[in-house]
Design a protein around this ligand. Structure first.
Ligand SMILES: [Zn+2]
Length: 325
């Protein structure tokens, strides 16, 4: 039987005629590998940038956000499984939107950037690439929100079109990746370095699941790796797990756990560490790492106070890591 091999991600799926890869949306049709969700988004929204989350990239702006079905990870705690764990054929297609139409719509809604988000944009790679190219030509910036599980070559080809990315590190633990996410850690770390080298603005999200990836030694190792490979100015977002999908048996992440993770990250020298989803806290404020001047006060996804001026701290006048305009 004739097969095709998908070389997009480290799974290297060998797909028989009529079959689909592990992501469910890359299929073998008439001797060709086809992404079934090309131009077929399942979700389109305009979001605040802070929702991605990106805290150091065009703060307060609106971002045109699209997703299709499919994912090449199978995290048992997936917070978005209705979209990610389905194939292109199973999903109701909300819109037909070729790349030109996505960019035109983003422009007409006055969004200075487009996010490829919600599920896993790297599996709808060709749609991201073609849309990004047109957006770039028209001065609209491109943002990936991804688990970063992709091979080096396709990522190197895409990276020059991308302006910013929020990439998950699910745990600094290959075994966790294998057992809980059905993936591996190293390609994610390699991909982060490739994005960094391509000057993509990077922020990292770590969803902390109680008892599974909240070991503070491991969290510390991850923070050291981020510091050494991506830089001390790389924002890290520790986010809270809520019981979901195949992990309904676990409690939500206690606030203290997230605060301990933040303290460990700061102790490893990271300058911008955020804890999300905590009621009433200041865990999402940006402070100057030199003199602790309040630069941005956030509440939920909105900006309440903004003191950053031309990307600099108003007290010490030093630049703050980020893309501010
Ligand atoms: Zn300062």
């Amino acid at each position: 039987m004739r097969t095709v091999t998908c070389t997009l991600c480290p799974r290297l799926c060998v797909i028989p005629e009529g079959g689909a890869g592990d992501c469910r949306i890359r299929v073998h049709r008439n001797g060709k590998l086809v992404a079934t969700t090309y131009s077929r988004p399942s979700a389109i929204h305009i979001d605040p940038m802070e929702k991605k989350p990106l805290f150091h990239f065009l703060p307060g702006s609106s971002i045109f956000s699209i997703a299709t079905a499919g994912c090449n990870l199978h995290c048992r705690f997936c917070q978005n499984w209705q979209l990610s764990q389905r194939g292109g054929e199973e999903m109701e297609v909300v819109y037909t939107a070729p790349p030109e139409a996505v960019v035109a719509e983003a422009r007409s809604r006055n969004c200075p950037s487009i996010a490829y988000t919600y599920s896993e944009p790297l599996v709808f790679y060709e749609y991201v690439r073609d849309t990004s190219r047109i957006a770039r030509e028209q001065g609209i910036r491109n943002v990936l929100v991804s688990a970063g599980y992709i091979n080096r070559e396709p990522l190197r080809a895409l990276a020059p079109l991308i302006d910013a990315a929020n990439i998950d590190i699910k745990a600094f633990d290959d075994r966790f990746y294998r057992e809980v996410c059905g993936a591996t850690l190293k390609p994610v770390l390699d991909g982060l370095v490739i994005l960094k080298e391509a000057n993509v603005w990077l922020e990292i999200t770590c969803l902390i699941v109680p008892g599974l990836n909240d070991d503070l030694v491991r969290v510390g190792e991850m923070c050291r790796w981020i510091r050494d490979h991506l830089g001390v100015g790389t924002p890290v977002h520790f986010s809270r797990f809520f019981p979901m999908y195949q992990m309904q048996n676990l409690p939500p992440t206690p606030a203290e756990t997230l605060i301990r993770c933040r303290d460990v990250a700061r102790a490893h020298g990271l300058e911008h560490v955020y804890v999300g989803n905590l009621a009433g806290g200041t865990g999402e404020d940006t402070l100057c790492p030199r003199d602790q001047t309040l630069l941005i006060r956030r509440f939920g996804f909105t900006i309440r106070e903004m003191y950053l001026t031309d990307g600099r701290c108003p007290t010490c006048r030093e630049p703050i890591a980020g893309v501010w305009s």
